[in-house]
Design a protein around this ligand. Sequence first.
Ligand SMILES: C[S@@+](CC[C@H](N)C(=O)[O-])C[C@H]1O[C@@H](n2cnc3c(N)ncnc32)[C@H](O)[C@@H]1O
Length: 278
Amino acid sequence: MDSLTTTPLQRATKRLESAGVENPGYDAIKLLETFFGKRVFALDRKEIESIPADLWSRFDDAIKLRENRMPVAKIINQKDFWGRSFYVNENVLDPRPETEVLIEEAGKEDFELFLDLGVGSGCILVSLLGEKQEAFGTGADISPECLEVSKVNVERFGLADRCNLITSDWFSAINCKFDLIISNPPYITGSEYRTLQPEIKYFEPKIALTLEDDGLESYRKIASSVSSYLNTKARLIIEISYRKYQEVTRIFRHTDLLHEKDITDLSGATRALVFRKL
Ligand SMILES: C[S@@+](CC[C@H](N)C(=O)[O-])C[C@H]1O[C@@H](n2cnc3c(N)ncnc32)[C@H](O)[C@@H]1O
C-alpha cells in the first residue's frame, strides 16, 4: 500500500487499538472508505495527494468518535443488512447479521399480509417486502422515533405503498390478522445489560435491548395474544437468545401454537423459533 495512505491509516488503527476497539484495522478502513467513497486499495498516489485536508479532518473526527466507542454504523449512519444499506441513528438498534436467518426462514413460504413487531430501523420489514413482491407489511413499534427511521428506509427503497407503520405497544394498535408475524424483541436481562460493551450500552437505544427484566417479558406479552392475530396455518417467527431457549419455549407452550422449528445462526446457536397457528 502507498505510504501516504498507510501512515494515517496506521495511526488511526493504533489509536483505536489503544481505545480497546475490537477490530481496529477493519473499523479504520471502513471509516476511511466511507469518507473517501472509494476502496482504500484502489487509491493511487495521485488520488491520495489530491484528497483535501477537510476530508482528512472529517476522517480524524470519525476516529475520535470511534475512540469513544461509538459504533461505526452510528458514525456513518448506515448499516448493511440482507444486501441493502439501511439508514440508522441513535434511536434504532443497528441491524445485526444474526437476524438475517429470520429473513431466510420467512422467505421459504409464501405470505401476503405480515407484521414486523418491533420494527426498529425497518430492516426486517424492508427485506421481506424485497423478498416477496406480493406482500404487504405492517411495521409496529412502541417508539415513534424508530418509526421515523423505518419510514426513511421504506422510502429509500421505494416500498412506501406496500406497507404501513404504526405506533403500538405490541398488539395494542393492531386490529387484523396476518399470514406471518415476525419479531426480534428486546431480550437482554437487566443484569446482562449492565455488563454490555460500551458500543451497545451507551450507543444503542435501551428500549431495543432490555426491559430491565428477566429477558422474558417481551415473550410473555407477545405469547399472551399473538394467536388472535394469526390466520390459520400462519407462522410466528421470533428471535431469541439461545440462553433462554427453555424458558421461551415453555412460555409458548401455553398458547395454541405449534412449536414447529428451531433456527440456528451461522455460529450454530439457536437464534429463532418458528411457531404455527393450527
Ligand atoms: C431488538 S430491537 C429490533 C429492531 C429491528 N426489528 C431489528 O431486528 O433490528 C426491538 C424493537 O422492539 C421495540 N419495542 C420495545 N418494546 C416494545 C413494545 N412494548 N411494543 C412494540 N415494540 C417494542 C423497540 O423499540 C425496538 O425497535
